[in-house]
Design a protein around this ligand. Structure first.
Ligand code: PLP
Length: 260
């Protein structure tokens, strides 16, 4: 039986993040990958050199094509760029009943380029979060979504509760942006209780695309019928290995290793 996963995201010409990271991850985890492009970025390991968003009608047409034929078992969103694209995606997710929806609320690239316009954060919260099975912010993204300043684990737990109150069934707040001297802990909240997944911090600059890869791995596992908690465990192992075995390519922040 073939399981199918769809990424609705931006293209990274450097191949380390965005739809390229997602499709490579789907493939490595044994899932048939599909993509709907929201934007093209001109990008390498040194940074983002240009952002070219798609017309919302082009995003709609891609999603209609998939809804009419290759219905995905699970869907993730990455870079969505504008409120118009967010509204288009939300409408199609509703129309085609895509309930296994993972939202990686991509906002700013590590080099500082804006991948989501500031004006679009409200649309993300109002239109897309209520449709999410899982939302996977890092700490700065969780701060943008909740308007909170997040320093302690209690504040992370409170932010996760707020994200679930916004309508996402689960909130996964990733610990990668926590203080370097502290253990790295990802926090999963299901509306009732918290689960904590601790991992070893790897001393590397090659972490480009980690968020995309992690959420893509969760999506692949959901497509295969796993629960959110199971999907997170497998995805965590996949992303940890991808960071530890970095390829070391490019002169800047290189990609993680998607070869399983
Ligand atoms: N470019 C695209 C198209 C992305 O979707 C993402 C995902 O977050 C990034 C860049 C960010 O990459 P980085 O991990 O370097 O912040």
């Amino acid at each position: 039986m073939i399981h199918k996963a769809l990424t609705i995201a931006g293209s990274d010409s450097g191949g380390g993040a965005g739809i390229q990271a997602d499709l490579k991850t789907f493939q490595e985890l044994g899932v048939y990958g599909m993509s709907a492009l929201t934007a093209v970025t001109a990008q390498n390991t040194l940074g983002v050199h240009g952002v070219y968003p798609m017309e919302p009608a082009a995003v709609a047409a891609q999603l209609d094509a998939l809804g009419a034929d290759l219905q995905p078992d699970a869907v993730k969103t990455g870079m969505l760029f504008s409120s118009d694209i967010i509204r288009t995606v939300a409408e199609k997710v509703e129309r085609y009943g895509w309930r296994k929806l993972v939202i990686d609320p991509v906002m700013v690239a590590k080099g500082g380029s804006q991948l989501l316009l500031r004006e679009a954060v409200d649309a993300l919260i109002a239109r897309l979060l209520p449709l999410a099975l899982v939302t996977t912010p890092n700490i700065p993204e969780a701060e943008m979504l909740t308007g909170m300043r997040i320093a302690s684990m209690q504040e992370r737990e409170l932010a996760a509760k707020r994200i679930v109150e916004m309508g996402s069934r689960y909130a996964l707040i990733k610990g990668g942006h926590g203080a370097p001297e502290e253990p790295m802990v990802d926090l999963l909240y299901d509306g009732r209780s918290f689960a904590y997944l601790e991992s070893k911090r790897v001393d590397t600059r090659h972490t480009h695309g980690t968020g995309c890869t992690y959420s893509a791995a969760i999506t692949a596992e959901l497509a295969r019928g796993k629960t959110v908690a199971e999907a997170m465990q497998t995805a965590k192992q996949f992303i940890q290995a991808a960071i530890e075995d970095g390829l070391g390519i490019g002169g800047g922040h290189g990609p993680t290793n998607h070869f399983a």
